[in-house]
Design a protein around this ligand. Structure first.
Ligand SMILES: Cc1cc2nc3c(=O)[nH]c(=O)nc-3n(C[C@H](O)[C@H](O)[C@H](O)COP(=O)(O)O)c2cc1C
Length: 354
């Protein structure tokens, strides 16, 4: 299959995956997996959206300590694997493709959720609050991971990725964006380490590269994508040396031949163009919470060669048949923000198809 067209409705060959079009469902936490084991309703939700070229699941914790939100699913137990098998089978039955986003939240968690102090590269307390089963709570100072513990965290990512493949999912996306653990290593505001994993841009990129290397070695680089948000401030992040840091990261990832690079390039950072030149593979762009997420923007970003695939978030929540609506110019359902996080089928599986 040839990929040399900017027609967003044309098929796209992503590694060994044949995508029906170039629209990607952006990863979105929905907090509807109360016991962390994906259920029939979760499977229905994703299957309804299977006409997306690629679905990236909501953030999935690779370990219990990596969970940041109540009702977010995991990939560290056999029961969770069986739950994900139900999701993967339902999406594949509708002709879709789906990868799991591996999201270790690091310091963006709370002892009331995970029963222990959250871990992070350094003991830097994030400003802000987190949603817990007991309501909103102030985020607390995390415990800095010791150098000797890092291999264990890498192993958690490897285990979760292997479980994703065992469940029949098409691959994984490493969440190195939006202020979660991997991003916390990249950013100098959250990484004040003095060992080989902190200090210089190369050192701050080291942990993320080691995770990517190990996961690629375990399940194959053609099943591994990565999401980044250079300069993004979500979750109280502060980054300087952005160019040097992300150049060090992409230099380290280059020999691996990962499946894709997924960049959150909101108007504030405008960073996609430069990264496109530094990554020799498929690039997915999402314009972030502040940027427009419509067909015209998708056509512009892909048409100008800054991306191969375009990821859309909130419109996929409210329009299970979004690709069809975009193709035909039909009206879109508006997303109901009150039902984004948690609840039942309302605002989840009950949005109307055309
Ligand atoms: C309800 C909701 C949950 C989200 N959860 C995640 C997540 O788990 N992982 C992630 O990388 N981004 C997450 N995001 C960010 C989206 O993937 C996307 O970057 C953002 O919504 C901007 O795209 P849009 O304007 O098309 O919605 C979430 C966004 C929303 C609205």
């Amino acid at each position: 299959m040839s990929n040399d067209t900017a027609d967003l409705f044309a098929p796209y060959q992503l590694g060994s995956l044949q995508l029906a079009n170039r629209f990607v469902m952006s990863p979105m936490t929905r907090n509807r997996t109360p016991d962390t084991v994906p259920n029939a309703q979760n499977a229905e939700y994703y299957a309804q959206r299977a006409t997306a070229g690629l679905i990236i699941t909501e953030g999935v914790q690779p370990s219990a300590v990596g969970q940041g939100y109540p009702g977010s699913p995991g990939l560290h137990t056999d029961a969770q694997v069986e739950g994900w098998r139900g999701v993967a089978d339902a999406v594949h039955a509708k002709g879709g493709t789906i990868v799991a986003q591996l999201m270790h939240v690091g310091r963006i968690s709370h002892p009331s959720l995970i029963g222990t102090t959250p871990v992070a590269p350094s003991a830097v307390r994030p400003a802000g609050q987190v949603f817990t089963v007991e309501g909103m709570k102030d985020l607390e100072t995390p415990r800095a991971l010791e150098t000797g513990e890092l291999a264990g965290v890498v192993a958690e990512f490897v285990d979760a990725a292997s479980r994703a493949v065992r469940a029949g999912l098409d691959g994984v996306e490493l969440h190195a964006a939006n202020g979660y653990l991997l991003h916390q290593f990249l950013a100098d505001g959250t990484n004040t380490r003095t060992d080989a994993y902190g200090g210089s841009p190369e050192n701050r990129a080291r942990f993320v590269i080691e995770v990517a290397q190990a996961v690629a070695a375990a399940i194959g680089a053609d099943r591994v994508g990565i999401r980044i948000s250079p300069g993004g401030s979500f979750n109280d992040m502060a980054e300087s040396e952005i160019d040097a840091t992300y150049t060090a990261l992409l230099d380290g990832l280059a020999p691996l031949g990962l499946l894709y690079l997924h960049v959150i390039a909101d108007a504030a950072t405008g960073y996609a163009e430069g990264l496109r030149k530094q990554f020799d593979g498929t690039v997915i762009v999402n314009t972030g919470l502040a940027g427009p997420s419509d067909l015209a923007t998708a056509q512009q970003v892909v048409g100008e060669g800054n991306a191969d695939l375009f990821a859309i978030g909130r419109p996929f929540i409210s329009n299970p048949d979004l690709v069809h609506r975009l193709r035909t110019g039909a009206d879109l359902n508006e997303p109901d923000t009150a039902t984004f996080y948690g609840g039942d089928e309302k605002g989840y599986t009950d949005y109307p198809f055309l």
